[in-house]
Design a protein around this ligand. Structure first.
Ligand SMILES: [Fe+2]
Length: 353
């Protein structure tokens, strides 16, 4: 299968992975042949990238780190939380615990470098999509840090709830397309404190989960909020959650801005090692989150273009590539490279065809 930007989709191409609507319902399923009408619909949903079938890349398998059923359960659990808040009922953490356990079990079975978290879904009105994906990234970092399963559970619940305070912020502010005024930005920033208060007072969340909500915008150099904490004064769970939160926000499309490519988000995060983020955690991040997902298109320094077919664990910038074109001429047969073995051959750009 091949990853393609929705702007470059062609009529007649076949979907290789389902597209879901904002509520997690399957809108277009695997095997559907795309018509112009479908393509317009996909673009209007806010989906960025989709996977299509491609005979030349038929053997490329894209592993999703958690199963669609686990993701669905996570969405349902977040919906229950929202209902409790809307009706002033206490939040039961039982369902959340079950969901996090399922996520951990899926992730412990998932090997290698994480390429995909996106589930090809349009944006939702609340922050479900962001919360679930951030939790997946964070748990991967937690696992790589060596957390025990009980620690992962405590950590995972905190991350899944990290933006719960946004519930108290008017959605017109959260989705505002124009530049925020200073007062509006200050109000949005308050979601960290609101989240802490909600988790402290409603349901049986541990204090540590509440601290993830409170501190996920604190930054290593003290430039974050709400308290401007520095370095290890920030709780470690919140330090990891902060990295996962920023990476997820950069790579997913929002109502008010487009996503940037995974390699650009990767560059942003690693460039801020020791500034916004803890260096030790950024080293783990670099090894565990792929820069060029399997199936994505790349341009090589020898003028050839092709797609990523496999990751090299520990070397996210140097995956296996199958080159399909020399400039614009198709290569017969395609040529394969393991970039770890070819230090002089570089990826110099990405392709979205
Ligand atoms: Fe936040």
């Amino acid at each position: 299968m091949r990853q393609v930007n929705v702007l470059y989709l062609n009529e007649g191409e076949t979907l290789a992975y389902p597209i879901l609507d904002a509520n997690g319902r399957i809108l277009l399923t695997t095997g559907v042949k795309l018509t112009n009408l479908y393509i317009q619909k996909i673009r209007s949903l806010g989906v960025d990238m989709v996977l299509v079938e491609d005979d030349r890349l038929a053997d490329v398998v894209i592993h999703m780190p958690v199963t669609p059923r686990t993701k669905e359960a996570a969405y349902q659990a977040l919906k229950s939380v929202r209902n409790c808040l809307e009706t002033n009922r206490s939040i039961s953490t039982k369902e959340l615990r079950e969901v996090i356990k399922r996520m951990i079990s899926d992730l412990l079975n998932f090997e290698g470098v994480l390429g995909y978290v996106s589930d090809f879904r349009g944006f939702d009105e609340f922050t479900f999509h962001h919360s679930v994906n951030t939790t997946i990234f964070a748990l991967i970092l937690g696992i790589a840090t060596g957390y025990s399963e009980s620690k992962l559970l405590e950590f995972g619940i905190g991350v899944l709830m990290h933006d719960i305070g946004k519930f108290k912020i008017p959605s017109v502010l959260l989705n505002k397309i124009d530049k925020l005024t200073e007062a509006e930005f200050e109000e949005i920033k308050r979601h960290a404190i609101y989240g802490y208060e909600i988790l402290r007072t409603i349901g049986d969340f541990g204090l540590i989960s509440a601290h993830v909500a409170l501190q996920h915008h604190e930054r290593w150099d003290g430039s974050g909020y709400p308290r401007g904490l520095k370095g290890t004064a920030i709780n470690e769970y919140a330090r990891i959650a902060g990295i996962a939160d920023v990476y997820e926000a950069l790579t997913s499309k929002k109502i008010y801005n487009d996503a940037i490519e995974p390699y650009q988000a990767h560059e942003y995060i690693t460039a801020h090692s020791g500034i916004l983020f803890e260096p030790k955690l950024i080293n783990i991040f670099s090894q565990r989150i792929s820069i060029y997902p399997a199936g994505s298109g790349v341009l090589l320094s020898n003028g050839q273009r092709g797609n990523v077919i496999k990751q090299n664990v520990g070397y996210p910038a140097r995956p296996y590539i199958r080159a399909l074109y020399q400039e614009d001429e198709p290569l017969h047969p395609p040529v394969e490279y393991n970039l770890v073995e070819l230090p002089s051959l570089l990826i110099i750009g990405t392709e979205n065809y």
